[in-house]
Design a protein around this ligand. Structure first.
Ligand code: EPZ
Length: 423
């Protein structure tokens, strides 16, 4: 049972600098892909429970892993496939995180067979994997689905295919890339996802000797190679963690500097925060934000695949919008059920009407403290964001969701002047 919780004493102005850690959603597929190479060192790898879940899977599959800290104090995770190699993922490990499905392409490419349990729905609504499976079938994989298990085999060998995705699914694009990297011939993925985490996976695989080209129209061409060698690779900064800290500053007020960020990855979010009244100064790998004025609502925010407004940034921005002057309409186009946190924000006095994929936030003068519960990773981050702007103590329960994606969130915020305690 998850009894860990945060107690946040709000209304402390934030001031100082934050180092933004490596991106969870880039590190996870890179870790899956590491099964195919001859040992690698993943620098700037975030130290998070989802990453530990991936590490457990890698160990089960026959890899040795080792954590070290580099001279800048950042984490490095080394992975060495040593064998004996397993081709299954036990249900218990599959359930630790939904994105374990990204190991499917890697196990098939390595072992020519795979068995894993079917990932169920999650906090964000149903999360089908039909696009993963139909794409792998095109690459020559036979897949049987039986009693919640997927049994996969490659009767001949993996071969190249032309795949057009009906929707640019991030996970399906990653699975195809990883499976196709050792397949015979050139695989082409049309309407592939364009998220920065996809480019990072391509960067990692190319550093191991793969031949992947990402074209400007979103097409990805993967020319199969015989084998991959090892590499040292640095994971991109986490763009959603960066947005979360910017929103925390907007809610609590103050002036902070984010270091180690890639502002280009935030091109859809930064204009929204500026419109809300945050003053931003953007440099090559830094963003300074000053939030002193009352926030203003923006007319509407609609989530879209990259380069559109990211679905993962919706919840923290919504938390800031709760006390903005005017109404903001949020339209969620990626997941079916991404407003669960809205009801928790309402417990804190927010005025939010959510129905289906639309939520209307009418800004109120101030929120009040309450006992709330994290419903999912970004929803939990939204509750922390909101609580930082509230007079008095907010109790945030079930923070295991937050720990999946934010490294030392409480400690980092306290270093900026916040008052947050984990119990
Ligand atoms: C990735 O999830 C991220 N997770 C998510 O981050 C992120 O919200 C999402 O991409 C969108 O950017 C990781 O990278 C580990 P999708 P993923 O496949 O790959 C539907 C966070 O908070 N779909 O692009 O699962 C699906 O149901 C998380 O860090 C199918 O219908 O996202 C959803 O509605 C949460 N069939 C939509 O596509 C499929 O076969 C987007 O899913 C696959 C997806």
């Amino acid at each position: 049972m998850d009894t860990a919780r945060y107690i946040v004493d709000g209304r402390h102005r934030l001031n100082g600098e934050v180092w933004v850690h490596g991106a969870k959603n880039a590190a996870l597929p890179i870790l899956a892909a590491s099964l195919l190479c001859d040992g690698c060192e993943i620098q700037n790898c975030p130290d998070l429970s989802d990453i530990h879940a991936a590490e457990n899977i890698l160990q089960h599959l026959g890899c040795k892993t080792l954590w070290e800290t580099d001279t800048n104090g950042q984490k490095v995770l080394s992975v060495k496939p040593v064998g004996p190699f397993a081709w299954d993922i036990p249900d218990k490990l599959m359930r630790e995180m939904r994105s374990s499905i990204v190991f499917l392409g890697a196990i098939i490419a390595r072992c020519k067979k795979a068995k894993l349990s079917y990932p169920g729905g999650c906090e964000l609504g149903p999360r089908p994997i039909d696009l993963h499976l139909s794409s792998l079938r095109k690459l020559g994989v036979e897949i049987k689905e039986d009693l919640g298990y997927l049994e996969c085999s490659v009767p001949d060998k993996l071969h190249a295919a032309e795949i057009t995705l009906p929707f640019p699914s991030v996970g399906a694009t990653e699975n195809i890339m990883i499976a196709a990297v050792l397949a015979e011939g050139e695989t082409v993925i049309r309407n592939a996802a364009r998220e920065p985490e996809i480019s990072d996976l391509a960067g990692f695989l190319n550093a191991c000797g793969a031949k992947i080209r990402i074209l400007s129209d979103g097409t990805i061409a993967i020319c199969g190679v015989e084998k991959l060698h090892g590499c040292c690779y640095r994971v991109i900064p986490d763009r959603i963690v960066a947005v979360t800290y910017l929103c925390c500053c907007a809610a609590a007020k103050g002036e902070i500097l984010l270091r180690g960020v890639c502002p280009e990855h935030l091109s859809a979010v930064l204009p929204v925060l500026e419109e809300m009244g945050c003053s931003l100064t953007v440099d090559k790998d830094k963003i300074a934000v000053l939030c002193d004025k009352p926030l203003k609502a923006v007319s509407s925010i609609s989530t879209m695949p990259y380069p559109g407004f990211p679905t993962d940034a919706l919840a923290p921005v919504m938390a800031a919008a709760c006390t903005a002057k005017g109404s903001t309409i949020f339209i969620e186009n990626i997941f079916q059920d991404r407003f669960k946190h809205a009801w928790e924000l309402c417990r804190m006095g927010a005025d939010i009407k959510a129905e289906g994929r639309v939520a209307v936030v009418r800004g109120v003068e101030r929120l009040h403290s309450a006992r709330v519960r994290c419903t999912d990773l970004r929803g939990g981050a939204a509750l922390v964001t909101a609580a930082l702007g509230v007079e008095g103590k907010t109790v945030i329960e079930e923070i295991r969701h937050v720990l999946r994606g934010y490294e030392h969130l409480d400690q980092t915020l306290n270093e900026l002047g916040a008052c947050i305690r984990q119990e």
